[in-house]
Ligand binder design. Sequence first.
Ligand code: PEP
Ligand code: MG
Length: 577
Amino acid sequence: MTVNILPNNNPSGQTLRGIAASGGIAIGPAFQFRRADLRFDRRQVEDSGAEWMRFQNAVETARAQLAEVALQTEHDLGTDAAAIFQAQMLMLEDPELLTRVRAALEEQGVNAEAALSDASSLYVHMLEAVHNEYLRARAADVRDVTSRLLCILLDISPCRDVLPSVPSVILAHDLMPSDILSLNRSRVLGLCTAEGGATSHVALLARALGLPAVVGIGPGVLQIPSGTTVVLDGGAGLLIVDPDPQTLSLYRARAGLRAGAERRPAASADGPAVTRDGHRVVVAANVGTLEEARLAREVGADGIGLLRTEFLYLGRHALPGEEEQYHSYRAILELFGDRPVVLRTLDVGGDKPLPGLELPPERNPALGLRAIRLSLTRPEIFRPQLRAALRASAGHNLKVMFPMVTTVAEIRAARALLEECRAELQAEGQPVADVAVGIMVEVPSAALMADHLAAEVDFFSIGTNDLSQYVMAADRTHAAVAPLADALHPAVLRLVRDVIAAAHARGKWVSLCGELAGDPAAIPVLLGLGLDEFSMNPTAIPQAKRVICSLTREEADQVARAALQQESAEAVRALIR
Ligand code: PEP
Ligand code: MG
């Protein structure tokens, strides 16, 4: 069993790593699962024959219950899952168990509950002592059957008072098959256990139920108070406790993506986004993983407008090296053939902490050592990423983009390093494609200096998520002020207009990859402002293409002109409505 607690710079929580048992992402309150209290009085009994009869009646009831559970499970989840309960029925006839119970009753003269509990503990102990995964799983079955029998003998309901009242991520020492079935599915978002292996029944049932699950995560999971917000990443085997807002929103985006993919697998928009008067724009995807890139491809993305490479680094002890990054980038590029893929270099630090990277706490994280500022001070991290990106570019349409650029000097320094890496690779005889270079425009100084910056790059991508928080001086992660950072505020829209104009004056391409790009209400405004590319959450792509195809350039121009004249974001929204 692997039990690790990753080093974490995030004071608000920690990341526990276990065994990935069933894929998917669950976000919600934790719920510490405690089994119904099965304590009983150990009594001496006169008539051990009557006690044996009582035990045998309990066995008959358990057999009937299990037969029903097996039938229902076969119907709901298939034969593999049902086999767990069929095996438990056979266990009720297991001579090893029955002989031990009878011996305890007759030799010690105790009641049936005590005899069963003693016999079962010995049996479980024996099975667990053998280093054999199959026998260990059998031990879990013996415990499960024992609990069922005790519930019957004590006449209590196994799930009384132990179910969550709101949808929750269930945390437990271990879960038995019948626990999982009795946990009301609608209130279970995911499962995470201290014990267990990838082949345990928890894993099998979780997969059958489509629930994310992580097992074998260690006893630390039992210290997390119920109600604490957690993110369970079943595919990566991670439990993130009380995540910071950035991690939470990244995972929400991923979870939304999965849900969207499940809800509308057929929604695809392979055709180009062309206005009614024949003006074509690009509709690309924001992705963080290969899985999201696949989804983007399926829904008809024209390319990837933002590859958030920091996703590759999340939940890691150590940062991935050049080789691993090369393979990750290459896999995504291959998916997109010759369509453009914009790789954004590491956007961490400040309010985007990264396990595996020791960074001093920041007094004002949003204004701190983050993104390109951090990369430029840490060439041992930056260089391998640039080399991996350049190597992956061969034969594909890769573009490199730097985040949080604030000054002309930064882009020059970053480009110089990129060129050094290119020269190195060429000297090593490695093929490297011509790679376009761009920047995120997400800091007011960059927007205001766009004419100068445009001379240094091939393209801009406007990051309205950050740009609006800096323009409006409103922390996008602070619930009380975040609504102020509305990207449809005319103050932000005026900057977007100026950035597009400055880039176009130099013949440069402008994309926008903040959330605004996928907002159907904002699309006419952005189209009217002359945007060349909209990059968004993949699930938003089909609708965005439909909105664009329904408009003419002239209609969009009118909306944009009017929006720029409004006095507030609310007024812009009212206008669009
Ligand atoms: C943005 O700031 O608009 C953006 C797309 O970057 P991120 O949300 O990753 O900071
Ligand atoms: Mg940003």
